[in-house]
Design a protein around this ligand. Structure first.
Ligand SMILES: NC(=O)c1ccc[n+]([C@@H]2O[C@H](COP(=O)([O-])OP(=O)(O)OC[C@H]3O[C@@H](n4cnc5c(N)ncnc54)[C@H](OP(=O)(O)O)[C@@H]3O)[C@@H](O)[C@H]2O)c1
Length: 339
């Protein structure tokens, strides 16, 4: 019974067994995502529970959320998503470890990548101890560390497939995306001569990434480049092998992050090595723990720093999705979960 003159305020205490996550239950536009509460998981013997401080919204998340390419449903669920939480990269601190975990202890600051189970758009994330995770390079904040892996592992995978070596002349088309901006830095670290292609407003940025030459595609036709290239890496999927072939040296290699206008790149990757001295490669990207350690080392050496375009608070993750899908982001879009 209310006591006259006394008002009662109900305060809902946070549930220690729950976590907040950005969830979706059907494929579609950014608006299918909303923040909800899920049960906080316990790590199994070989697992680590990470308190996620920052994550990103990237093109991988968008692709799986929208299922724009129907082929992605083979991995994420034919009719509806099997996993309700997207997000493939994270940075945070170890909150709990399973009984068999020897490589991490509670309080370690870590970053990592998981495009099998996703789940990084949440306050907590389970990682297997042998997953693609490493100690956070102390020179980076949580948002930058969270962005260390997605774009760079696509770049790394392509660079390794093409066996880039010091002195190679490489064109990076789309040098300002998450993949392109990582590719320019990783290629410079390997000693390649890098010609970057970018739009007028991003020329200064691309210079800071270390490109040796820059082609402004809004003012100049990139196919009139004055070099012959060992490798052309289209990091935004806007070119075609047919268009780039004349620019390649003998035994030159064309790489693209997209299937191509007519989905031709996979077929070309199978056929060009048979009859053509200029080849298309279309490697399947993988990210291992050793790759996370390698990226950490590069960050510590100052050889690789992810470009951060902007950062959104967790409760505005739908806006982040909308921005990334405008296809004009520069580098990476961060999400802060612990501010
Ligand atoms: N297969 C997969 O699972 C997978 C996963 C991730 C990404 N991808 C694909 O990989 C590509 C790159 O992803 P991302 O995240 O690095 O891209 P992104 O960050 O979305 O790339 C945006 C950048 O592309 C540049 N750009 C736009 N139109 C251009 C054009 N006509 N020529 C040159 N640059 C142009 C813009 O820079 P300027 O203003 O300088 O032009 C912008 O900064 C995307 O096509 C994406 O779909 C595929």
């Amino acid at each position: 019974m209310p006591i006259p003159g006394v008002s009662v305020i109900f305060i809902r205490l946070p549930n220690p067994n729950a976590l907040k996550a950005a969830v979706y239950s059907r494929y579609g536009p950014p608006e299918v995502v909303h923040i909800s509460e899920l049960k906080k998981p316990d790590p199994r013997p070989n697992e680590v529970l990470v308190r996620v401080h920052a994550t990103t919204v990237n093109r991988t998340d968008c692709g799986f959320r929208s299922a724009e390419y129907v082929v992605s449903r083979l991995f994420s669920g034919l009719f509806r998503p099997k996993r309700p939480v997207r997000g493939c990269e994270f940075a945070g601190s170890v909150d709990a470890v399973g009984a068999d975990v020897r490589d991490y202890t509670v309080g370690d600051r870590v970053f990592g990548y998981d495009d099998h189970r996703f789940g990084c758009h949440a306050e907590y994330k389970i990682m297997p101890q042998e997953g693609a995770m490493a100690l956070l390079p102390e020179c980076l904040d949580f948002v930058s560390a969270a962005a260390l892996t997605e774009g760079s592992h696509y770049a790394l995978c392509n660079i390794r497939a093409a066996k880039v070596k010091a002195g190679d002349t490489v064109m990076v088309y789309g040098a300002t995306g998450a993949i392109g901006s990582a590719a320019v830095q990783l290629l410079k670290h390997l000693g390649a001569y890098v010609v970057a292609v970018a739009g007028t407003s991003h020329i200064e940025l691309v210079k800071t990434l270390g490109a040796d030459e820059i082609i402004d595609y809004q003012k100049q036709d990139f196919t009139k480049a004055r070099h012959a290239f060992d490798i052309i890496f289209d990091a935004v999927g806007k070119s075609a092998f047919r268009q780039c072939k004349p620019l390649l040296k003998r035994r030159g290699i064309y790489l693209s992050t997209e299937l191509g206008k007519h989905s031709e790149n996979v077929l070309l990757a199978l056929t060009t090595p048979l009859w053509n001295d200029k080849r298309v490669l279309f490697p399947i990207p993988v990210m291992r723990r050793t790759d996370a350690v390698y990226l950490r080392e590069l960050a510590l050496q100052g050889a690789f720093r992810p470009v951060i375009d902007r950062t959104y608070p967790f409760d505005r993750i739908v806006d982040a999705y909308r921005y990334v899908e405008a296809r004009q982001k520069v580098g990476n879009v961060g999400i802060t979960i612990v501010s």
